[in-house]
Design a protein around this ligand. Sequence first.
Ligand SMILES: [Cu+2]
Length: 134
Amino acid sequence: MQGARATALAVLLLTAACSSGSGDDGGGDEAVPGAPTLHGSVGTEESPDAFEIALVDDDGEPVTELPAGQYNVVVEDYSEVHDFHLSGLDGGDVDEKTRVTGTGETTWVITFDAGEYRYLCDPHPSMNGRFTVS
Ligand SMILES: [Cu+2]
């Protein structure tokens, strides 16, 4: 009896730990239906370790300005030597990144408040871009 309860509690705790994805490596969210989607990428499909990082909208246009609000940000990390790190420049609470050595698709649900934001590769900070939310 005691053992079964302890196991159930452990499972609950594990589930809670896995679903709190903010700020840690590799944490992902469930996309919110109806929210606009932005597409991030680092490396390319053809050349996974290419020194390329990008954030585009649903039309494939680079993101430079955005209205404030909630977005699904779907990031494809093709590379084991790059990461995609998105954060606010003026101390906002947006701070999400993929793993450098990890690859694959990650979705973050992010509410952008007005301000400046940046995305970059931490090992190669010259790979970067920024956009303004207003
Ligand atoms: Cu890099």
